[in-house]
Design a binder for this molecule. Structure first.
Ligand code: ATP
Ligand code: MG
Length: 652
């Protein structure tokens, strides 16, 4: 294995689609890119025709920069496309969700059952007076009822705003008030790492100050005590259960609001991103099918995200259900009861498509190779990642230890704002390079520009932009059209500014380089955080790294690195020098971190992303900014303390 690994890690090594995989893949021919390019609007219209429409559109795209309307005049219902049409085609008994509760209880929910439950919830919402255009907040754990609640909103034309079940009362309150939601759907509790998170108690704290909420629907999941307010609060098992499963779906305009979702807050105050109906469903269904090479009759698909993030919306709920996938839905954490829980789930359900995040992959690396090795993962055939740049070292680890060197790795770049995958391999057609998200998908026009907005050639690096509208693009920021224009459309005129840095190599492959606000300027050179972090993670002692720039009197900015070590490795002074040399060898002396601080954990958002802006504050010795989206606020204060101790010992 050691030999294989070093061979795999060889600089410049590429990975063409494995022949066994290509033999059965949906797409094996790169001509799809040119075909789509010849008539890109026609290409998306073709994909939209894979859905059932009540009425077809008159115009594919109406583009009044920066406001796009797709499939204008089209009428469609998302929940019918995700449920009814599969049942009508005779697939009612196919499992939609293999649900695995954290304590080990399980349920297989068929398409028929999910349709019925969705209908009952939709009828109750209507009875409560919810009408087309209203907003419904959802604050639940990972249970099938959460999926039914989202689809029920879509069925009657109410927009949902799902708030991640790990958020605090304050975050929930802010999101409810921002969206002016009329109903909140929640649960008594959720299982997390063996204990109950009292969702209803937290919700009650938020509800003290949410005047728009008229009713609260409560699912009983953990059987934990919670207060119920007469006249306002309803139990799911009473009031949903008595409804008819039959619920006619609202005929929605292609441009009607489907949901509002807040970004994860890595860079600042979260934005309420708006997504609409026809274009969104078109692109999530298309990308889910082709990026994962989905075969609905044989695949078992598992996306480990939470429904509270956009990945959960697009690739747990809407994409897979529109494509009639059989999915796994897992309630809990990867380390409960053991650190091999994910691999035992893959083995148990014979998962064939697995989609997770780099933060999880780095954690699995830290926990050791023997955990996945103890399970039969041979059912897997495609493995994917999303959320952050994946360091080449982590890519190879994933490819070898999870994918058994037979599964293409699809590294998918996209954002809450883009709604669906934008840059990603097509696993049967694309030759992979570890750490590169490869190319924009067919129909997508991405590009890289310099400071002045001038396109940068190949090879070259700069700001990632999207040069024309795409069907699942955000339609704005809820309640703040000015912020929409300002954030995405003011920097480069007619191009969408993604906020990420990127480069293309000699072969035109895209490499994501992290947030542009994170890019460091050292002695006149732009250095990306991602590249330095990947060089650190490349060292066998390192599990994770985050680097930031800090003001420096000689070089303008100096690189400060925060490093977590693999289990079993002790921090020692010589390691600092070794790591600095390692970075110098891989990138160049200019990229050498000036300081390296070893830490147990890095500060992360609740979605698991490293929050560099807080580390920058630590490095600059400044006050911390907004920390409400941080998973564990004590992590930064501990790092801050350690940084202070170090600098006082330097002074001594
Ligand atoms: P906020 O916008 O509030 O700061 P956020 O950007 O973290 O939060 P998301 O929309 O969840 O919220 O994340 C999108 C971002 O995640 C992208 O802009 C990019 O920086 C990063 N990202 C996602 N997928 C990838 C990927 N495959 N490779 C590199 N970066 C990725
Ligand atoms: Mg963002």
């Amino acid at each position: 294995m050691v030999e294989t690994l070093s061979a795999l890690l060889q600089e410049g090594r590429t990975f063409p689609p494995p022949p066994e995989f290509a033999k059965q893949a949906l797409v094996t021919d790169a001509s799809v890119y040119d075909d789509a390019e010849r008539d890109w609007q026609g290409f998306w219209a073709q994909q939209a025709l894979a859905l059932d429409w009540h009425r077809e559109w008159d115009t594919i795209l109406d583009w009044q920069l920066p406001f796009a309307k797709w499939f204008v005049g089209g009428k469609i219902n998302v929940s019918e496309n995700c449920l009814d049409r599969h049942v009508q085609a005779g697939h009612g008994s196919q499992v939609a969700l293999h649900w695995e509760g954290e304590p080990g209880d399980t349920r297989a929910v068929t398409y028929q059952e999910l349709l019925d439950e969705t209908g009952r919830v939709a009828n109750l919402l209507r009875e409560l007076g919810v009408v087309k255009g209203d907003r419904v907040a959802i604050y639940m754990g990972m249970v099938p009822e959460t999926v039914a609640a989202m689809l029920a909103c879509a069925r009657i034309g109410a927009a949902h705003s799902v708030v991640f079940g790990g958020f605090t009362a304050q975050s929930l309150k802010d999101r409810i008030n921002d969206a002016q939601a009329r109903v909140l759907i929640t649960a008594d509790g959720a299982w997390r790492r063996g204990s109950v998170v009292g969702l209803k108690d937290i919700a009650d704290e938020a509800l003290a100050d949410t005047p728009s909420i008229e009713h609260v629907l409560v699912l009983r999941r953990t059987e934990s005590d919670c207060a119920m307010q007469d006249g306002r609060d309803l139990w799911w098992h009473d009031d949903v259960a008595r409804q008819s499963a039959e619920c006619p779906a609202e005929s929605m305009d292609a441009e009607d609001l489907l949901f509002i979702l807040y970004t994860s807050g890595t860079t600042g105050r979260p934005k309420g991103i708006m997504h609409t109906t026809g274009g969104y469903l078109t692109q999530v269904a298309y990308t889910h099918k082709y990026v994962f090479d989905l075969k609905p009759d044989t695949d078992v698909y598992w996306c480990t995200a939470d429904v509270g993030w956009v990945t959960g919306h697009s690739y747990i709920v809407y994409g897979p259900l529109a494509n009639r996938a059989t999915s796994v839905l897992y309630e809990g954490t990867p380390d409960h009861p053991g650190k091999d829980r994910f691999w035992s789930i893959v083995e148990k359900y014979k998962v064939s498509i697995f989609y997770t995040a780099p933060t999880a992959i780095r954690t699995f690396m830290k926990w050791g190779d023997d955990l996945p090795a103890a399970h039969d993962l041979s059912s897997l055939r495609v493995i994917g990642t999303v959320g952050e740049p994946i360091n080449p070292e982590a890519w190879i680890w994933y490819y070898v230890n999870i994918g058994g060197t037979r599964c293409p790795v699809v590294d998918t770049w996209w954002q809450t704002e883009t709604g669906a995958i934008m840059i990603s391999p097509l696993p049967g057609a694309t030759t992979l390079k570890p750490g590169s998200a490869t190319f924009p998908l067919p129909g997508i026009d991405a590009g890289i520009v310099d400071d002045a907005g001038k396109p940068v050639g190949v090879p070259g690096g700069g700001y990632l932009v999207l040069s024309r509208p795409w069907p699942s693009m955000l339609r704005g920021i809820w309640g703040d059209p000015e912020r929409y224009r300002e954030t995405y459309w003011s920097r480069f005129g007619d191009k969408y500014f993604a906020g990420d840095g990127a480069k293309r190599d000699d072969d035109g492959y895209y490499w994501l380089l992290g947030r542009v606000d994170d890019i460091m300027l050292v002695a006149g050179h732009n250095i990306s955080t991602t590249e330095v972090e990947s060089a650190l993670v490349d060292h066998p002692a390192v599990a994770e790294a985050a680097v930031v720039g800090r003001a420096d009197s000689t070089s303008g900015q100096a690189i400060a690195a925060f490093v977590t070590l693999r289990s079993g490795v002790e921090p020692r002074d010589e390691l600092v020098e070794e790591l600095r040399d390692h970075v110098a060898r891989l990138i160049g002396p200019i990229a050498k971190p000036k300081t390296i601080l070893f830490t147990e954990e890095l500060p992360k958002t609740r979605s698991g992303k490293i929050m560099r802006r807080l580390l920058r504050n630590v490095a600059e010795d400044e006050l911390l900014g907004d920390t409400t989206t941080l998973a564990d606020p004590t992590v930064v204060s501990e790092i801050q303390q350690r940084a202070e101790d170090e600098s006082s010992s330097d002074d001594a």
